[in-house]
Ligand binder design. Structure first.
Ligand code: C2O
Ligand code: CU
Ligand code: CU
Length: 489
């Protein structure tokens, strides 16, 4: 074997291509789904972290063309994975509160797609954040998002939302960061860390996913930060870094840790906490974001890890051979702290958290997430339902009066965790069966524990129109675990 073949094999190993990740499909799937091909060695790529190109608004307008097409580099290799404007993640879009964001989405894929501005509080109608649109292959569409002047400054993201293929399209690489600028200056250096997972075969094709993995929520063998495998972040001792971390994985829960350094959280889901909070680990469900403040101390090499996270099991759903579903341990990146001391930056004492919804609760409702086999035991088909039904775009599931504040109890009547996500309107967590949520903080994805519940307060104080809520394990969403809201003026 020539040395060039050897290095090619090594490169393939990095891509998480192995018998283990394939075999895990049937026999061994109680093990961590993401374990194969992601060795726990800091900085395996050895490459400095790069960030997606950034496109910034000017004079109140950001006009951008996003072309969705195959053919991007992932983990340093050419692949047929998908991206926007030739990269995965696509460009970072940076707007100011009050701006207009105009996106011409051009579909160069072989299937319909569309665009969603996850977490951003904008109108869901017409050519706004409208999930009922399908942009056909070979066509384009002009979106317009009007960011309100009082919009919170924070970290959001964009991704496709065409029902039935959302997981496939995100797994294939279609993601990008969306930043609403503003707020206090935090840190001496800011970075976007958009985390995705995928599985790429030896020919550079994104792997197809079998029915069982869709039921559990697929996890790719390759976990990437800005499309890179285990990149290196170099920071000076005493500096203060702001990391905008986005969990863009289709199903993987990221239980972030940075052993040896302090992990301080400043924001969740694009909304500031009242003050920075230092945590042993920060758990991000798919779709969640955290703004982390990292103030490196001792020089050395540290690993940014995602610890194993148990997402429940398929026991009791009637599925054959049910087992536990765990997001495996992975090293995301290495932090290299150099001794070059800069003038030490200070953590802010308080942060501009949005005020809690003021209105009194005018209506309470319960929505129930469940899963069960269609027609008894077997591998035939798992039904993923909300209130006993699968998604039907033309049906109004929850009709809401504009200008009211509601309290929703999301019940999880299944043995797996499901991250609840509502478009357009942020929610405030009041209580959950699992505890541990920072109460009062506004967010847009709430991990509802298996057989548990979460109580949310939702101000529908502006924007009429129809939108959706769903499980952000996107295989579940594509299988029907999504429902509509219709806010009527
Ligand atoms: Cu991030 Cu409806 O999605
Ligand atoms: Cu969303
Ligand atoms: Cu789910």
């Amino acid at each position: 074997m020539t040395s060039s073949r050897l290095s090619r094999r090594r490169a393939l190993g990095l891509l998480g291509v192995g018998t283990a990740s394939v075999a895990a499909g049937v026999a061994g799937w109680s093990l961590g789904l993401g374990a194969p091909g992601t060795p726990v060695s800091p900085g395996a790529s050895g490459r400095p972290l790069t960030e997606p190109a950034e496109i910034t608004s000017r004079g109140g307008l950001l006009r951008v063309r996003l072309s969705a097409a195959p053919g991007v580099r992932l983990a340093g290799r050419d692949t047929t994975a998908w991206g926007y404007n030739g990269t995965s993640p696509g460009p970072t879009l940076r707007v100011q509160p009050g701006d207009v964001l105009r996106v011409r989405l051009v579909n160069h894929l072989d299937q319909p797609t569309n665009l969603h501005t996850h977490g951003v509080h904008v109108a869901p109608r017409g050519n706004g954040d409208n999930q009922f649109l399908a942009i056909e292959p070979g066509t384009g569409f002009d979106y317009e998002f009007r960011i309100p002047p009082d919009h919170p400054a924070g970290t959001f993201w964009y991704h496709p939302h065409h029902h039935g293929t959302v997981a496939d399209q995100i797994f294939a690489g279609l993601v990008g960061a969306l930043i609403v600028d503003g707020g206090p200056p935090l840190g001496t250096r800011e970075r976007v860390l958009l985390i995705t997972d995928t599985t790429v075969d030896s020919a550079g094709h994104v792997a197809t996913v079998d029915a069982m993995r869709r039921i559990m929520g697929r996890e790719g063998g390759l976990v990437l930060v800005n499309g890179q495998h285990q990149p290196v972040i170099t920071a000076a001792s005493g500096a203060l870094e702001r990391w905008r971390v986005i969990n863009g994985c289709t199903s993987r829960v990221l239980a972030l840790r940075l052993p040896g350094q302090r992990l301080t959280q400043a924001a969740l889901d694009g909304r500031f906490l009242p003050a920075p909070v230092t945590r042993a680990r920060v758990v991000l469900a798919p779709g969640n974001r955290a703004d982390l403040l990292i103030q490196p101390t001792e020089p050395g090499r540290y690993a940014l890890l995602a610890e194993p996270y148990n997402r429940g099991s398929t026991m009791g759903t009637g599925m054959m051979g049910g087992g536990s579903v765990t997001s495996g341990r992975v090293t995301l990146a290495a932090l290299v702290v150099t001794g070059l001391s800069t003038s030490p930056a200070r953590l802010p004492a308080v942060l501009p958290a949005p005020s809690a919804p003021a209105g009194s609760v005018s209506r309470r409702r319960q929505v129930t997430f469940a899963m069960g086999m269609r027609g008894g035991m077997g591998m035939g088909g798992m039904r993923f339902t909300i209130d006993g039904r699968t998604f039907e775009p033309t049906r109004d599931d929850q009709v809401i009066r504009l200008g009211t504040t509601e309290e929703w109890t999301v019940v999880n009547d299944s043995p797996m965790d499901h991250p609840f996500h509502l478009h357009v309107w942020p929610v405030q967590v009041r209580a959950t069966s699992g505890g541990g949520f920072p109460s009062g903080v506004q967010r847009d994805v709430v991990l509802v524990p298996a057989r548990g519940w979460a109580r949310l307060r939702i101000p529908f104080t502006d924007y009429s129109g129809r939108s959706v809520f769903h499980c952000h394990i996107l295989d579940h969403e594509d299988a029907g675990m999504m429902a509509t809201v219709h806010v009527r003026g």
